[in-house]
Design a protein around this ligand. Structure first.
Ligand code: AMP
Ligand code: ZN
Length: 305
């Protein structure tokens, strides 16, 4: 097969467009897709200071690489979760990427933040690793961005992530989640940063191809706690549909943004107030992060006494 742009030998085949690109044209296509999402969805401009959440995986490192090439002002944020070899390797890949390019990287070590490493939290509370991890990551993403004066926070979620999440939310009719499932979440409070997902139009296959062609050294292993996650089953089901009918995931996610989300947003009202403990916005009284932190401290001090 030949590249649809320059007729050179094709290296990457995009089935949903029924097209293929050579290495150089694929990188250009990928970069243009990200640039288009940023512009059309009004994610940010050159005046913004963008904090990129980097896990050391292909998606977030590919995202940081593209944003740098597009000339945006960025810094990275890595959260060391304390998940044995997996976190040590994620940390190593992320710090090396930043160091080799002389980039600013903020790191948070959860074990040093009052025993908040994920294995420790899971054993000292009744929470699953994944639910604790989600609460903790979201808190630090926002806090580091707000305290560092960043105007927008970007994550590496791709089309497969968004399609799987949407499928889960639809299957269980999670209307409050459907109301806020979007590649752009505006800052609706002075202590809440705007959140964006510039890779949401690109598949996992495309981000992997981009990272590989750019020679990015990323962590290939999945988190050891995610093996039974239902998200992976949704991804498999969507891949089967995509195989028979290329473009399914794209149509599902982009169609929802266009046709569905607003309807859910209109039926859901969110009242934010400040958490009495940390001061960050929450819909309840004490925020989820502070409740988790209190639980950990209580259980750990009980054990030590
Ligand atoms: P995941 O929830 O693992 O699918 O990751 C989704 C996105 O969250 C990634 O693309 C990153 O942007 C961000 N992320 C995940 N884990 C971390 C981490 N340990 N540190 C910083 N960002 C992360
Ligand atoms: Zn709080």
């Amino acid at each position: 097969m030949k590249c649809v742009k320059c007729r050179d030998k094709a290296a990457v085949h995009i089935r949903r467009h029924n097209s293929a690109f050579c290495q150089a044209c694929f990188q250009e296509y990928f970069t243009n897709q990200v640039a288009r999402a940023i512009k059309e969805d009004r994610m940010f401009t050159r005046q913004d200071r963008v904090l990129v959440a980097v896990s050391g995986g292909k998606d977030s490192l590919a995202l940081w690489d593209v944003l740098l090439n597009l000339g945006y002002e960025t810094a990275g944020l890595h959260i060391h979760q304390g998940i044995f070899e997996y976190s040590a390797s994620s940390f190593e890949k992320t710090t090396r990427f930043a160091k080799e390019r002389d980039l600013t990287l903020v790191t948070i070590d959860l074990a040093a933040e009052g025993d908040l490493d994920i294995p420790g939290v899971a054993s000292s509370t009744r929470r699953t690793q994944c639910s604790a991890c989600g609460v903790i990551k979201r808190h630090y993403f926002n806090k580091v961005a707000v305290e560092g004066g960043y105007t927008v926070m970007a994550t590496g979620h791709n089309l497969d992530d968004e399609a799987a999440r949407l499928l889960g939310n639809v299957l269980h009719w999670q209307t409050p989640y459907l109301a806020v499932q979007s590649p752009v979440l505006e800052a609706t409070h002075p202590r809440l940063v705007k959140k964006v997902k510039p890779l949401y139009r690109l598949s996992e296959y495309e981000t992997a191809a981009y990272a590989f062609l750019r020679g990015i050294d990323y962590i290939v292993e999945e988190c050891p706690f995610s093996h039974d996650a239902i998200q992976l089953q949704y991804k498999e089901a969507l891949n089967q549909l995509e195989h028979r009918s290329p473009g399914t995931k794209h149509g599902f996610v982009l169609g929802f943004m266009r046709e569905g989300r607003q309807a859910f947003a209109e039926t859901t009202s969110v009242h934010l107030r400040e958490c009495p403990s940390c001061g960050y916005p929450t819909t309840g009284d004490v925020c989820g992060f502070c409740r988790l932190q209190q639980e950990v401290h209580k259980n750990n001090s009980g054990r030590r006494n």
